[in-house]
Design a protein around this ligand. Structure first.
Ligand code: GDP
Length: 332
């Protein structure tokens, strides 16, 4: 960390140096390499993470963050690629974060990204990154928001966050997004029944992809019926968009639905409320991580073993012991 040491002085040492300021400037102009370097810096949680976060902060808050989720095989990658195409055709700068919680391998401009995104990999207006969150403390909660900030500062009008692997990530992605797209497809069990519990409730926009397959009309009908049963307290009527992502059909309708949702979010202050909730969760995650780090730093010392001895001897209950441990770790 710049300034070195620990404690309050180190915590304030977040003024970006000239080299970092230059990197952020270049990223804001959309220079791919600068964006890539910043992404690596936040992803690796290197010693300059704080500096980077501080340098990015004034330039964020503009991008429309769209989460794309759904069961494996439903067509998420295909849809994201088609969405990128439609957004680019409208002249918008686009970021894509493909989050894989099942993999420990992250990548910059990796071959995997290029293959996955085909024609978009050489487009200067598209920023693509695969992120692995396995092994990251706090998983998505920690790493992905920082990467989102980089893409936001890089002037992306829209950032698509897609879950690649399976796991808790679906719900986590939702907590990061301004708008959440839930994809379903006919013929995957009963489309609606097959969707994970909880995922339908968080949708802002439904997509019934593979509308070229038999059963699509039924899936649309079931969804529409299901929504007619539950009152939507927010006042947003969740659209059901039919797409054939592999042929690009219906993708413009999806873009229109997302734009409408964004306008709705802005008009009622909901976007701001969601962002506040997200910032709270993020601050909490960072704080927890810092506390864990400080406890880990105590490991060589006698503090924790001494507390354990007193608990085992019946001199102290574990809750009081935890209070004492908290006193020992903070404030720094
Ligand atoms: P993901 O696992 O959710 O990311 O799904 P993919 O995007 O990898 O798609 C899974 C498979 O479904 C691939 O073979 C796609 O080519 C195919 N697919 C995607 N969209 C459509 C569609 O609209 N219609 C049909 N018939 N196949 C599709």
């Amino acid at each position: 960390m710049a300034g070195g040491g620990s404690g309050p002085a180190a915590r304030r040492a977040t003024e970006p140096g000239p080299e970092l300021a230059d990197l952020v400037d270049r990223a804001r102009r959309g220079e791919q390499r600068a964006v890539g370097r910043l992404l690596s810096m936040v992803e690796n949680a290197g010693p300059r993470l704080r500096e980077v976060a501080a340098a990015l902060a004034p330039h964020t808050g503009y991008a429309h963050v769209v989460g794309v989720t759904g069961a494996p095989g439903v067509g998420k990658s295909t849809s994201v690629s088609a969405l990128v195409g439609a957004l680019r055709a409208a002249g918008r700068r686009v970021g894509v974060l493909a989050v894989d919680p099942s993999s420990p391998f992250s990548g910059g401009a990796l071959l995997g990204d290029r293959v996955r995104m085909g024609e978009h990999s050489t487009d200067a207006g598209v920023f693509i990154r695969s992120m692995a969150t396995r092994g990251h403390l706090g998983g998505l909660a920690w790493a992905t928001p920082q990467a989102l900030r980089v893409l936001d500062a890089a002037g992306c009008d829209v950032v698509l966050v897609e879950t690649v692997g399976v796991g808790q990530s679906e719900i986590d992605v939702v907590s990061l997004a301004d708008s959440t797209v839930v994809l379903l497809a006919p013929g995957m069990g009963d489309g609606i029944q097959a969707a994970k519990a909880g995922i339908l409730e968080v949708a802002d926009v439904f997509v019934v992809n593979k509308a070229d397959r038999p059963g699509a009309a039924r899936t649309v009908r079931d969804l529409t019926y299901m929504m007619s049963l539950g009152q939507n307290a927010s006042g947003w009527t969740r659209p059901v968009v039919r797409t054939v992502a592999s042929r690009g059909e219906g993708v413009d309708d999806l873009v229109a639905a997302l734009d409408a949702h964004r306008r709705w979010l802005d008009a009622g202050g909901e976007r701001h409320r969601r962002r506040l909730a997200r910032a709270e969760a993020e601050i909490e995650a960072i704080t927890l991580e810092q506390v864990r780090g400080r406890i880990a730093a105590l490991r060589g010392s006698a503090t924790l073993p001494d507390l354990a001895k007193r608990v085992v001897a019946g001199e102290l209950d574990p809750y009081r012991a935890a209070d004492e441990l908290m006193d020992a770790v903070g404030p720094s």
